[in-house]
Design a protein around this ligand. Structure first.
Ligand code: SF4
Length: 331
């Protein structure tokens, strides 16, 4: 590692050359560096556990090529209405009992409608009262909606950038990369924590993966959560025949993310059903320290709690303790 590359520091001025250099280090050196950074900022044997619920499924007007919920993609997924608040809270209670500390709620929208906001706010308040952190992913937000979510006590807002700015138009045409960055800025400005990451396996190059992480790592503040998804190709979507991601390349992305954003939770998200225990173990060693629990992720399969607990036992990992009191307004 050249002496002039400062790792282990919180930096938002990473250059492309630095990121590329780190990404291409010999694998063992890269993992050693990533693990060293990880240990400086986190207990390496703790994993933050989130649970994700789809509160409004399907019929989305956006054209994200990877998504079964897009009305344009031809995947045979029937659209649902916004779930009733009580049902969401009942699912959240079950998630808490199973060990989740953060409850993430996702709706397949371009952006929320004003008529839906009272129910969304009630979901946030109700989940916080259960003592869990709250996260919402609802699409693009305007200033008023961001303030309403903040007022309800929302802890995190998820809005993924998905991929590099250059590759983005190959994946989505109905909203721009700049739109996504604008929403992230609005959320950050309101004092809500940011969850933003991307998807590997959509046909992007290693350079696109590096650029995606670089975009996140050079925002004015790093996202607190960085979900890294491995594409699950879904029949009838434009990416149905996408080639699988090389596991070592996936681990390199986790390690680079850990080094560029030392205090962020790097989350293993979609695609874990296709990952071996060994691949997930390498991801944890590279600095992944968050995952989605439960057997469903929005509409996709996910390893169930039993399988995750077996893996945790084998690896000596433990769930991270909750970080919020649950009282509304202390985010
Ligand atoms: S990823 Fe989200 S915004 Fe894109 S089509 Fe799916 S539900 Fe809609």
């Amino acid at each position: 590692m050249p002496k002039d590359i400062q790792i282990n520091e919180i930096r938002t001025d990473w250059t492309r050359a630095e990121a590329e250099f780190i990404y291409n280090l010999p694998f063992v050196d890269l993992l050693y560096r990533a693990q060293s950074v990880h240990r400086a900022h986190f207990d390496p044997n703790r994993v933050q556990m989130s649970r994700l619920l789809s509160v409004k499924t399907g019929g989305c007007p956006e054209d994200c090529s990877y998504c079964s919920q897009s009305a344009r993609n031809g995947a045979q997924l029937s659209a649902s209405k916004l779930m009733e608040v009580e049902r969401v809270l009942s699912e959240a209670r079950k998630a808490k009992a199973a060990g989740a500390t953060r409850y993430c709620m996702g709706a397949a929208w371009r952006s929320p409608k004003d008529r839906d906001m009272p129910a969304i706010e009630a979901m946030v308040r109700g989940v916080r009262e259960l003592g869990m952190e709250t996260c919402m992913t609802l699409g693009m937000l305007d200033d008023t909606q961001v303030l309403r979510l903040k007022g309800a006590g929302l802890d995190y807002y998820n809005h993924n950038i998905d991929t590099s700015e250059a590759f983005y138009p190959e994946v989505i045409t109905t909203r721009s990369f700049a739109d996504r960055i604008d929403t992230l800025a609005r959320v950050r400005e309101a004092g809500i924590k940011v969850c933003s990451g991307g998807i590997l396996g959509m046909g992007e190059t290693a350079g696109d993966r590096i650029d995606m992480l670089l975009t996140l790592a050079t925002l004015p503040e790093h996202p607190e959560s960085v979900p890294i998804n491995m594409l699950i190709p879904i029949a009838e979507t434009p990416l149905a025949k996408a080639a699988p991601v090389d596991p070592i390349a996936f681990v390199r992305v986790i390690a680079l993310g850990r080094i560029l954003m030392p205090r962020s939770h790097m989350r293993l998200s979609a695609g874990r059903t296709e990952m071996s225990d060994e691949m997930q173990a390498l991801c944890f060693f590279a600095g992944a320290n968050s995952l989605f629990m439960g057997d469903t992720l929005l509409t996709a399969a996910n390893p169930g709690e039993d399988r995750d607990m077996q893996l945790f036992q084998k690896l000596g990992l433990r769930p991270e303790a909750p970080r919020c009191s649950g009282a509304a307004g202390d985010a």
